[in-house]
Structures are given as C-alpha cells and as structure tokens.
Design a protein around this ligand. Structure first.
Ligand SMILES: C[S@@+](CC[C@H](N)C(=O)[O-])C[C@H]1O[C@@H](n2cnc3c(N)ncnc32)[C@H](O)[C@@H]1O
Length: 240
C-alpha cells in the first residue's frame, strides 16, 4: 500500500511516521508513505495556498489550484495509475465518520491520497471535483487535517498483511465482527489483592475461548449496545 499525504505542515508527520509499528512497516517495505508540502505546488509567487472567502466572512479558505496540481502530480508520478486502485480522500469534519469497516474497505486500495485541510477548510471544488470521498474522524473540529490523516494512516497500516507480528492479534479485536474485545490480564495473577479470573489460569483453551466470547458480548451489551443491534440485523446473533 502507498499513502500520499498533502499538507502545509509536513514536519508534523515525522514523529508519528518514524516510530513504532508504522516505522517498521515502512522499513519492511509493506507500506510506502510520502508527505508532500502543498506550498511546492502553488503558482502564487508568495507561496500562498489560501485566500479570502467569496461573499465575505471570517477566516481563510484553502485554494483549489495547489491541491488540484498536487493530486495530479502524485497520480502521474507513480505506478498504480488504475483509477480503481486509487482513492483521493479529503479529511473533513463533514465527511463520513471513520469506523473499522471503512478502514477495512480503504485498506484494499493500492494508493490513498490524503488531503489535509486548514483554516475554514478547502475550496468547495476540491470536495466536488477532486476528492473521491470525505472522511471525518469524529464529531468535533480540529484545527487541521494532519491529525486525522495520522489516525487514518495508523488504522490502515496495522491491517496491511505482515505488519503486525502476531497474526492472531487482528482476529479478535474491538469492532471486528461488531464486538468489543474481551478483557486482558498479564502477570502477576494476584496484584495487590486484585486477582485474575480463574478460567484464564486454568490452561483449558476451550473454556478460555468461551469465557472470552461471553465477556466480549457482555462488554458490548454494556458499553455499545448499538454494535449488538448491527450484529443482530446481520443475523450474527439471534438472542442475547
Ligand atoms: C477548522 S477545520 C474546518 C472546519 C469547517 N469550517 C467546518 O465547519 O466544517 C480545518 C480542517 O481540519 C480538518 N478537520 C477538522 N476536524 C476534522 C475531523 N473531525 N475529521 C477530519 N478532518 C478534520 C479538515 O481537513 C478541515 O478542512
């Protein structure tokens, strides 16, 4: 998978992309991530990438020209040119809210181009004529699209085959199959009088598996009944 990020603050990305699992995924060649400075694409001689909104009002709007030219240059520059392999995404609080299902869908593309907005947002024509879709990371407003882009990249990278060391660690995770994950414990079995459920110490794998299933279901029922509704709709559970 290849991800191209278009931003006016390229330096923001290094601390996230150059650490931990994302760093290792790049080193192993599982994922290629390129950060592009939007200012390099502006035709304005002062390297301006924004302008005042038509119709007046407060704040600035990011201009269409540098964003259109950046996306065009990125698309021309790489090998996965087939449109069905590419997706151009505008990070935007008005977009569809990101969830694990959307992450799984997006992870199937060979190349994602992420556009980070700022100020009042981007010229509407970017949304209408350039972006394939808009993604929001939640119902709140951040100052820019950089943190949302990093969130999206992090969620995607861990789904790329071979990135997570233990292949089982993706099997039963929160939101996979519309359930929250069961609780985890590690040594010691008794920490200051707080003990671990005996089943987990029993060595009986069948019992452990059924305990985990029950806990996952119970947890989801308590914290996210909306997920169970989805599960029921799909016929994955018939009674609770
Ligand atoms: C201050 S916001 C613009 C908000 C815009 N005026 C509105 O009310 O919809 C600036 C940029 O931050 C990014 N952004 C802010 N909140 C976001 C969110 N929840 N999800 C994704 N991107 C977000 C977008 O790229 C957006 O263009």
């Amino acid at each position: 998978m290849r991800v191209d990020i278009i931003t006016i603050f390229p330096k923001m990305f290094a601390p996230v992309l150059e650490e931990s699992i994302i760093k290792r995924a790049q080193a192993k060649g599982r994922v290629k991530i390129f950060v592009h400075d939007l200012r390099k694409f502006t035709q304005d001689r002062h390297r301006k990438v924004d302008d005042r909104p038509f119709g007046g009002g407060s704040g600035m709007v990011m201009s269409a020209q540098p964003i259109f030219d950046a996306v065009r240059a990125i698309k021309q520059n790489q090998r996965t040119r087939e449109p069905k392999n590419q997706r151009t995404i505008l990070l935007c609080p008005q977009g569809k809210r990101l969830d694990q299902q959307a992450v799984r869908r997006l992870a199937r593309y060979k190349q994602l181009i992420l556009i980070c907005g700022h100020y009042e947002g981007v010229d509407e024509r970017v949304r209408q004529f350039l972006a394939d879709e808009e993604v929001s990371i939640g119902d709140y407003v951040l100052t820019g699209g950089e943190l949302p882009a990093m969130v999206l990249v992090d969620t995607l990278v861990r789904l790329v085959p071979g990135v997570l060391g233990d292949k089982n660690s993706l099997n039963f995770e929160s939101f996979e199959g519309n359930l929250l994950e069961y609780p985890h414990y590690t040594r010691p079995a008794n920490f200051r009088g707080m003990t671990v459920p005996p089943t987990l110490l029993s060595g009986d794998h069948k019992k452990i598996e059924s305990w985990r299933k029950k806990e996952a279901l119970e947890r989801t029922r308590q914290r996210r009944p909306d997920l169970l509704k989805k599960k029921r709709k799909r016929g994955e559970i018939t009674n609770e």
